[in-house]
Design a binder for this molecule. Structure first.
Ligand code: PLP
Length: 699
């Protein structure tokens, strides 16, 4: 991929070249301490004063305080501390102060967490109260009107970082003027700078925190505006810098860089206008609609910043979309960057009352006002390519095994299902298909030209039966009898085979193998292998689909008599952290020969070249999914990786475990999926399975 298309500007932005030059100049030439009285210090002081004067003009704040902070989080602490100290003082003086700390339900966590923290620390004993938002993400002014008379402080952001939704600050101001003259009002302006007009002095806003790195300044610099007359308590005390309002030697590098950004804002000509950004959003939205038919945008465009698009695609998890975008060199995020590492649904979208699939599947794409038309063109081209790639067939022969038959793992809500297919025979079988995937799965099966022989379940839970029925409907298949868990009793190609213990069981033919059905008290198990003269020996059982049974259960004991140690077990839920294992591997874990808690073998990227040189036979394995691999498999240090999507690991377990002397180096986008693959192999006894730390992102 030629270069990154960075579409995560709400998380942070690159540094404006003029800001980087100003920072460098400050580090190299103008490095003085503004508190020093000599000429070097005076020059620094002049820079400090001129940036502050510019900030006042840009923010429309000729009066009040404008302080430099380390970022918005510090500004928020200072505002909350100031307001709560005033509450204590007023209360001690017998004044009425209100008992609620009201904050918008979609505020950044820095706000709600700071309120809770300082309220606890100062012992103010106020009650935190989240102000609900409506379906469009706007504060419920009717509810604010009810709460405001009892509020000591009200916190509402100017624009939301996840959705871009712009608050109705005038409406909020009117409510506060009418019902809450006593309450301090903080407006988190982080996402507004450079995107919305600001004229702070003309408002009733008491505190307005800003963060430089959201608008092309470096990280570690921010501003806090405090209205004249609003309570103020310094967060940091010491040398008396910032007129005693925020001690600590000033971050002159950051201040100079922020000054360059403020100059660009004030002088014009650098950043795109609102109308230009809105036109860019339209183009981006059109590309997204084309790439992902059925896409739903999570915030109305006419109420949101033109630079933020938050969306969900039916049947696609946000992780899947993120992986696709990342493989195409497009950097986007799921919800907010702070919560991206956690796999929780977005609380912002939940507060808007959106359905679960949209809160859990949300993707945020955000650009900054420095974006150019060429950049947007390239972004749109790559988005369209992501759409094509998303339709890439997942049911295709494996290049690693060279076989026409395959096994795809499908996972959803912690459960695993499987599609067994044979391209030569043109047929497939689904086992425990997860819910919510029917339409997309049916399309993939039809696109691959495969005929579905049966949609089977391993247990009779109603949700599982519904998921099976959903897939049958999407494929226009006859409904199945619930009793049989989908087993097609009337098929001509169904016969009986004899198993290793001499018992007989019904079987379906798929390619040159048979799929045998065994019933136990909780459901069914399916064995796949090549039968010889109507007999399926234990050593011939290649795969066993065992659903949720444990080997110690009745079903497990029956199974143990019918399979071999090398038979690959496909589970319905993770067992020892993996969706698949072998009977021998499970025995190793049970006998503590393998530790479930053991650490995966990690290969640092700096060691990879050396490792590949000393292990000429090592197999580099790219475990990204088919869509991501469509842009090409990884090539590292001149060695091309073999494609083995993680969802096809079970299919290849036998092949990989059969060659323990050959080192395996798994790679993926960020090192998570490769670690899972390596750990799975390691626990099953492969002595040389490695995961490349940090994945392709660090190579
Ligand atoms: N408020 C909003 C709306 C934000 O988007 C962010 C950063 O994501 C913050 C506050 C916190 O800013 P910082 O981490 O720069 O202190």
């Amino acid at each position: 991929m030629s270069h990154d298309i960075y579409l995560d500007a709400n998380a942070t932005s690159p540094v404006l070249p003029a800001a980087a030059s100003a920072a460098l100049e400050t580090m190299q030439a103008c490095f003085g301490n503004p508190s020093s009285s000599h000429a070097t210090g005076l020059r620094a002081k002049a820079t400090l004063d001129s940036v502050r004067a510019r900030a006042r003009r840009v923010l429309g704040a000729p009066g009040g305080r404008v302080l430099f902070t380390s970022g918005a989080t510090e500004g928020i602490q200072t505002a909350v501390l100031s307001a709560l100290c005033a509450v204590r003082e007023r209360r001690a003086a017998g004044e009425k102060v209100g008992e609620l700390l009201v904050y918008g339900a979609t505020e950044h966590k820095a706000v709600s967490e700071s309120l809770a923290h300082w309220n606890r620390l100062l012992g103010t004993g106020l009650t935190l109260c989240a102000l609900p938002v409506d379906g469009a993400g706007r504060h419920r002014l009717d509810l604010l009107r009810e709460l405001a008379p009892r509020a000591a402080m009200v916190c509402t952001m100017a624009a939301n970082n996840e959705t871009g939704v712009i608050s109705d600050l005038e409406g909020i101001a009117a409510v506060l003027a009418a019902c809450a003259p006593q309450a301090c009002w903080m407006v988190d302006c982080v996402q507004a700078l450079g995107k919305l007009p600001l004229n702070l002095a003309s408002t009733r806003i008491d505190y307005a925190p800003f963060s430089g790195h959201k608008l092309y300044a470096p990280k570690g610099i921010g501003m806090l505006y405090v209205r004249e007359g609003a309570p103020y308590t310094p967060l940091m005390i010491g040398g008396g810098q910032e007129a005693g309002q925020r001690s600590g030697t000033e971050n002159m590098v950051g201040i100079a860089a922020l000054g360059a950004v403020l100059a660009a804002l004030e002088e014009g000509g650098t950043f795109r206008s609102h109308a230009e950004m809105a036109a860019m959003r339209e183009r981006m939205a059109a590309a997204l609609r084309e790439a992902f038919p059925g896409i739903v945008f999570n915030a109305p465009f006419d109420m949101a910043l033109p630079t933020t698009l938050n969306f969900a695609v039916p049947d696609m998890a946000s992780k899947e979309l993120l992986d696709l975008f990342d493989a195409a060199g497009v950097r986007v995020s799921a919800g907010s960057a702070c919560s991206a590492a956690k796999a929780a649904p977005s609380y912002v979208l939940e507060a808007m009352g959106l359905p679960a699939w949209r809160t859990a599947g949300a993707v945020r794409l955000s650009f900054g006002p420095l974006a150019t038309d060429d950049f947007i063109d390239e972004a749109c081209a790559r988005i369209r390519r992501c759409g094509q790639v998303a339709r890439h067939p997942a049911l295709a022969p494996s290049t690693l095994s060279g076989e026409q038959r395959g096994l795809l793992q499908l996972s959803g809500e912690g459960r695993h299902g499987w599609i067994l297919f044979d391209m030569d025979a043109g047929s497939c079988v689904a086992i425990d298909p997860p819910a919510g995937m029917a339409a997309r799965l049916a399309a993939q099966i039809q696109n691959s030209g495969l005929r579905m022989l049966a949609v089977l379940g391993t247990h009779a839970e109603p949700a599982a039966a519904d998921a099976c029925a959903g897939l049958r409907t999407a494929l226009d298949l006859k409904p199945a009898d619930a009793e049989t868990l989908g087993w097609p009793g009337d098929r001509r190609d169904a016969g009986m085979v004899t198993l290793a213990d001499g018992s007989t069981a019904p079987a379906l033919t798929i390619g040159d193998e048979v799929l045998v059905r065994l019933t136990h008290e909780d459901g069914a198990i399916y064995l796949l292998g090549r039968a010889q003269e109507g007999r399926l020996d234990a050593a011939a059982v290649r795969l066993a689909f065992i659903g949720g049974i444990a080997m110690a259960d009745g079903g497990g004991q029956m199974l143990a008599r019918l399979i071999d140690g090398a038979t690959v077990l496909c589970h319905g839920v993770d067992v020892d952290g993996a969706p698949c294992s072998t009977a021998e591997g499970m025995r190793r874990v049970a006998q503590k020969m393998a530790q479930v808690t053991e650490q995966v073998r990690q290969l640092q990227p700096a060691r990879l070249d050396d490792f590949l040189r000393t292990h000429a036979d090592a197999l580099l394995v790219d475990v990204r999914e088919a869509g991501e691999l469509a842009a090409g498999v990884a090539r590292l240090h001149g060695r091309e990786a073999q494609a083995l999507p993680l969802s096809r690991l079970a299919e290849h377990l036998g092949q990989l475990l059969a060659a323990p002397q050959r080192p395996l180096v798994f790679v993926c986008r960020s090192g998570n999926r490769s670690a899972r693959a390596a750990l799975c192999l390691q626990r099953l006894g492969h002595p040389q399975a490695w995961s490349l730390v940090g994945g392709l992102a660090l190579c």
